[in-house]
Design a protein. Structure first.
Length: 244
């Protein structure tokens, strides 16, 4: 086993990028486990295997470290979603993708979500920050989907893209707040379907039957489904009810 001095010299030779990466990984773990208020720089230094002074070489204070951790989280989500989102076609599918991936990120990382909602976003300097720009890029994907839908004639021309964005993300935050408080759970897929269908119908994305005959068929399918449900039969989902 090499002597401690040799180990210390080896750590000191780490390039700054590696040192910063190790510190941020340790900080993320500590913030997730203890929250912002109870997290200590000494805890982060111990977890990262560095002296406390090394952290202050790269980060001004604990808050800057928290912001960098959450920025990295947003950058990862944007990068990971970009390729998949580019392959999604159709307004319903695009909206559902955005809603589902956001719900999944909250369900997978509730502690980081709480830190974003409670510690970072209320700060007076948030709107001028890089994190604000990342969050705007993250949520503005929905704005772009709505604008494209309007241009394609799929959405009502008077639809406000920014209002749709605020409605969707506000709804998600409200519906997941109990989960973030540790009160219960939710199914991201089920909730994504419910929110997307609500927005899809409300914006007029083509759910209404296009002709009187389709209207008759839709009513017959509904009546048949009710009869089958009363008889204990589980029918296949009718074609007219599937998102297009």
């Amino acid at each position: 086993m090499p002597p401690r001095t040799a180990l210390k010299r080896q750590v000191n030779r780490l390039p700054p990028e590696r040192r910063i990466s190790d510190i941020m990984a340790a900080a993320k773990q500590v913030f997730v486990e203890k929250g912002y208020n109870d997290a200590l720089i000494t805890d982060i230094a111990l977890r990262a295997g560095v002296v406390e002074g090394s952290i202050y070489r790269f980060f001004a204070n604990k808050r800057e470290l928290l912001v960098k951790v959450v920025e990295h989280w947003f950058e990862e989500m944007l990068r990971d979603d970009a390729e998949q989102f580019a392959a999604v076609r159709g307004s319903w599918n695009q909206i559902r993708f955005i809603v589902y991936t956001h719900l999944t990120s909250i369900h997978r990382d509730p502690a980081l979500s709480r830190l974003m909602f409670q510690e970072i976003r209320p700060a007076p300097d948030y709107r001028g920050s890089h994190l604000f720009e990342l969050n705007r890029a993250y949520t503005n994907r929905l704005v772009d989907v709505v604008k494209a839908g309007i241009a394609a004639g799929e959405l009502r021309p008077e639809t406000s893209p920014s209002l749709v964005r605020d409605l969707v993300f506000g709804c998600i935050e409200h519906r997941t707040w109990a989960f973030l408080r540790g009160e219960g759970d939710f199914d991201p897929a089920e909730m994504a379907d419910a929110i997307t269908n609500l927005v899809h119908h409300g914006l007029g994305l083509g759910d209404e039957p296009a002709s009187p005959m389709e209207s008759v068929v839709a009513r017959l399918e509904t009546a048949t489904a009710r009869l089958e449900a009363a008889a204990g039969i589980i029918p296949a989902k009718p074609a007219s009810a599937r998102p297009r």
